[in-house]
Ligand binder design. Structure first.
Ligand code: ASP
Ligand code: MG
Length: 418
């Protein structure tokens, strides 16, 4: 049993959908569950729609129309006017319009999930209908009935037990006969509200389905040759890893390598399910295989750059040490505001750390910390992580840059850069 995942870039236009068909067609003898993200930049467009609706701006109808037009263009290239897909898609918009006609609910994160999830519903409706039109036995499945989460909107925590029960009860038998097409990124609560798993969370969805079904492997089809040692857009002379141990992949994604969502690795490692990252435009290529036991010799440093970082320094006001009591209070505030620490350091009176700058969360955190501590911050920074570093690479990447924090261990060096 295999799980495939196609991201937004692989279904950004009609050509992409046809390519997905070509790939799946080759595997139609396998038991296959396919997870798909929203098409192209749809999630960003739906985020803009959500903000506009919450602000009750006049732009809302136009933003919805843009989402409609984009999908209509793709549908028109793939289907004749009488195909049932048109009704399925129309229903998705009816539901969106119901939401948009009401007064906004007072929980913005709840609204976000109800609206933004439409991107995945649209993409999977279209792909499933196209596969059927091309003669494959494809069944559309609503992931919200299977991936069960708590009601932490925008970052749902999976209830693994219920999720595994539902998937095994209902989906395992279907896979004997049909290919399942379902959504990444979205889940549902016990009260049937929609949740999302965090941006770029479709990889994680694929891992959840794979874990619950004890799949042999998950394949993430991407617009890159595999897992690279650096982003080809940022650094020249990149190298593709043929194989990676789970731990190495986990470290790389944790530090900000965007090729795989960081939450993907754990469920797969726990069940020893292989994770393959393959280029969707070159089926014969092997990509990267994650999880083979033989260790890899790292002769190539991995370079990961995280942008839009904020450096926070939290200092005691009364010259007391920033010792365990203070640190646990500070960490509790970070946890409560769901702010994840990317790198940290401390001195006698100051705790410094670098986090993703999402002002919604970081501003609220800073306000709370200021009640007890002196808080200074510096925005618009970059966090550079180099695994298996060499002095030459460090020199090349930090030359002419102002380094605010440096942190070095045996395998990893990190720089917070201005
Ligand atoms: N469509 C969602 C996003 O863009 C989930 C994903 O692509 O993995 O964040
Ligand atoms: Mg994506």
């Amino acid at each position: 049993m295999q799980v495939f995942k196609f991201g937004g870039a692989s279904v950004k236009d009609a050509e992409g959908v046809k390519n997905v068909y070509r790939i799946i067609e080759q595997y139609q003898q396998e038991k296959l569950l396919v997870v798909i993200s929203a098409m192209g930049k749809t999630t960003n467009a739906l985020e803009a729609l959500t903000r506009s609706y919450i602000a009750q701006s006049d732009e809302t109808p136009r933003l919805l129309q843009e989402v409609r037009d984009y999908h209509a263009g793709i549908i028109q290239e793939l289907f004749p006017p009488a195909d049932p897909v048109h009704d399925e898609i129309a229903n998705v918009y009816v539901e969106l319009e119901w939401i948009l006609e009401e007064e906004p609910h007072d929980d913005d994160d709840y609204i976000y999930d109800q609206i933004v999830s439409a991107g995945e519903i649209l993409s999977t409706r279209i792909v499933a209908a196209y596969l059927r039109k091309m003669g494959l036995k494809a069944r559309w499945v609503d992931a919200r009935g299977y991936i069960q989460t708590d009601n932490t909107y925008r970052e749902g925590n999976v209830d693994w037990e219920t999720t595994a029960q539902l998937i095994n009860r209902d989906l395992r038998p279907v896979l004997e006969q049909e290919i399942i097409i379902t959504q990444g990124f979205i889940g549902g609560t016990s009260e049937n509200y929609t949740t999302t798993l965090g941006r770029e969370g479709s990889d994680y969805s694929a891992a959840i389905f794979a874990s619950c079904l004890d799949a042999e492997a998950v394949t993430i089809w991407k617009d890159v040759p595999g897992v690279m040692n650096a982003d080809p857009k940022l650094f020249p002379d990149t190298h593709k890893y043929g194989q990676l141990p789970y731990a190495e992949a986990l470290e790389m994604t944790y530090y900000g390598a965007t090729v795989i969502h960081p939450k993907t690795i754990k469920p797969l490692q726990n069940k020893k399910i292989l994770l393959q990252v393959k280029p969707f435009l070159a089926l014969e290529e092997t990509g990267t295989v994650i999880g083979k036991e033989e260790s890899v010799v790292f002769d190539v440093p991995a370079v990961i750059l995280k942008k839009n970082q904020i450096l926070l320094s939290v200092t005691t006001k009364d010259f007391s040490f920033i010792a365990e009591t203070n640190l646990s209070a500070i960490f509790a505030a970070f946890a409560e505001h769901q702010v994840k620490i990317n790198t940290m350091q401390n001195s006698a009176m100051t705790f410094s750390c670098c986090v993703d700058d999402e002002p919604q969360k970081t501003d609220a955190l800073i306000e709370v910390l200021k009640k007890e501590y002196k808080v200074l911050y510096n925005r618009g920074l970059e966090l550079l992580t180099i695994r298996h570093y060499t002095n030459e690479v460090i020199e090349r990447l930090t030359r002419d840059r102002q380094v605010l924090i440096e942190q070095r261990s045996r395998n990893t060096v990190q720089y917070v850069l201005k």
